[in-house]
Ligand binder design. Structure first.
Ligand code: GDP
Length: 455
């Protein structure tokens, strides 16, 4: 069932670059390397080699060659790696040469990692961690992803699953082999105790305030408010680049513009929502609807108003933002009369947690706003170090496990052995799905290992 072809790909970034890394994985990797450089280097030692076109014998480049025989390689298969000069023609020459070798074909997206998973080098959560590590934009995200790659949740889940299988083995033994002389009578008690312990441990991990998921997604800050209040200008200033279209006409920022910021190592996504106002124009109405949706789902809303106007009009107050923390940002203070300027941090009304006065145009007060955002992000992401769950998939799997364990423990009071076994099995399967290792054979293995029955 497994694809036995040998795959190859450019594994480094877009050329031209100083160096390009081409990897080959599969049963023909060694043969391919020999065809290209005339020999197999010592395993895991870099060797300088001339890379030749196998057909013409022409030298394509001089490269560092590495040879990782299976199973001690990234994918668990034979892997060859060439570190070439990173030019377009060099890379094309080597990839073309590889394509002519029998049994070799270009790799599909993610195929090296997929093989690492199929060969047991990485579990599913590590595969996800690897994806997150590559996508990480801030140091906090990188740390979380790296720990996941190294088994932060995968090892825990696997350890839980092993304990579950041991508990299950006790129940199965009670059911299947109760007439055997050397099976102790009370096997259910210890099994249910173990199930309860596991249940509490997993529930403890679930009660993490979704910190890992939040860190992975970043803090979402929506910049919202009436048209022409200066939202796009503010976004540009915060992002320190021209990411949004700044327009003097009301209602021209029709879509949601997203900017990713790194605030002291924490990920913050700024959304510039379209000028939120009712409109008869269909395209604009769609923009308004989406803006409201995004803003409503944001963690923090900067409600920007034109502070040069005489105070906050009632109809300018934010609507449908029930779930978010809202800060009032009075903009355009450069145009406001000196007497109407408000101080930073003054509580304006109960609807706003915090009030600032700025000029997005001149930059006055925007440093204070940045600092306040940084501080907010820091608090928001506090203690993410201890987070284990980074995805809804993990959370769902663990919630299902807890539910199955709850049902198993509840059955214990009714002495329903078969049903207990069924729930424990389903809990183990759910954990197995989390790491991608579902295998029923190992239940029997444990029974025979621990009880020496029927010898
Ligand atoms: P949006 O519709 O809320 O995104 O508003 P824009 O950012 O497009 O700004 C609308 C107009 O207000 C533009 O002409 C900006 O140059 C101007 N503007 C934005 N911020 C300020 C400010 O702090 N002071 C002044 N005087 N004008 C501003």
């Amino acid at each position: 069932m497994l694809d036995r072809s040998t795959i190859f790909a450019l594994s480094s970034g877009r050329p031209p670059a100083a160096i390009a890394v081409v990897r080959v994985s599969g049963p023909r990797a060694g043969a391919a390397l020999e065809r290209l450089i005339g020999r197999l280097p010592e395993p895991r030692k870099a060797a300088l080699a001339r890379v030749r076109d196998p057909a013409s014998g022409e030298i394509i480049d001089e490269a560092l060659a590495l040879w990782f025989p299976a199973p001690r390689s990234e994918t668990g298969e034979d892997v060859a790696e060439l570190q070439l000069h990173g030019g377009q023609a060099v890379i094309a020459g080597v990839l073309d040469a590889l394509a002519t070798i029998e049994g070799c074909r270009p790799a599909e997206a993610g195929e090296f990692t997929r093989r690492a998973f199929e060969n047991g080098r990485l579990d599913l959560t590590a595969v996800e961690g690897l994806a997150d590590l590559i996508a990480a934009e801030t140091q906090a995200q990188r740390r979380l992803a790296y720990r996941q790659l190294k088994g932060l949740i995968g090892d825990r889940a696997e350890a839980w699953r092993r304990r579950l299988i041991e508990a299950l083995a006790l129940v199965e033994a009670r059911i299947d082999f109760s007439d055997e002389a050397d099976v102790p009578e009370d096997l259910l008690g210890p099994a249910l105790y173990a199930a309860q312990q596991l249940r509490d441990e997993i529930a403890g991990v679930l009660a993490d305030g979704r910190r890992g998921e939040r860190l992975r997604d970043g803090l979402v800050v929506a910049i919202a408010g009436p048209p022409n209040a200066g939202k796009s200008t503010l976004l540009n200033r915060l992002a320190r680049r021209e990411a949004a279209i700044v327009s003097p006409y009301a209602g021209t920022t029709r879509d949601v513009i997203e900017v990713h910021l790194d605030l002291d190592g924490y990920p913050v996504t700024l959304l510039d929502t379209a000028g939120i106002r009712d409109s008869a124009e269909p395209v604009e109405r769609e923009g308004v609807r989406r803006a409201r949706e995004r803003a409503a789902a944001a963690d923090l809303v900067l409600w920007v108003t034109d502070g040069s106007a005489s105070g906050l009009a009632i109809d300018e107050r934010p609507k449908n933002l029930a779930n978010a923390v809202i800060w009032l940002v009075r903009n355009k203070i450069d145009q406001a009369a000196a007497s109407s300027r408000l101080g930073v941090g003054k509580h304006d009304s109960d609807e706003f947690e915090f009030t600032l006065s700025i000029s997005a145009l001149t930059g006055e007060g925007t440093e204070a706003l940045s600092a306040a955002l940084s501080a907010y992000a820091k608090t928001y992401f506090a203690s993410t170090e201890s987070a284990i769950i980074t995805r809804a998939r993990h959370r769902r799997a663990l919630e299902e496990t807890v539910a199955a364990l709850d049902r198993a423990v509840a059955q214990g009071h009714l002495n329903g052995e078969e049903l207990i076994a069924e729930e424990l099995r389903s809990a183990a399967t759910t954990l197995g799905r989390l790491t991608g290792r579902v295998d029923v054979e190992d239940i029997l293995d444990v029974i025979f290992r621990d009880f020496c029955i029927g010898k």
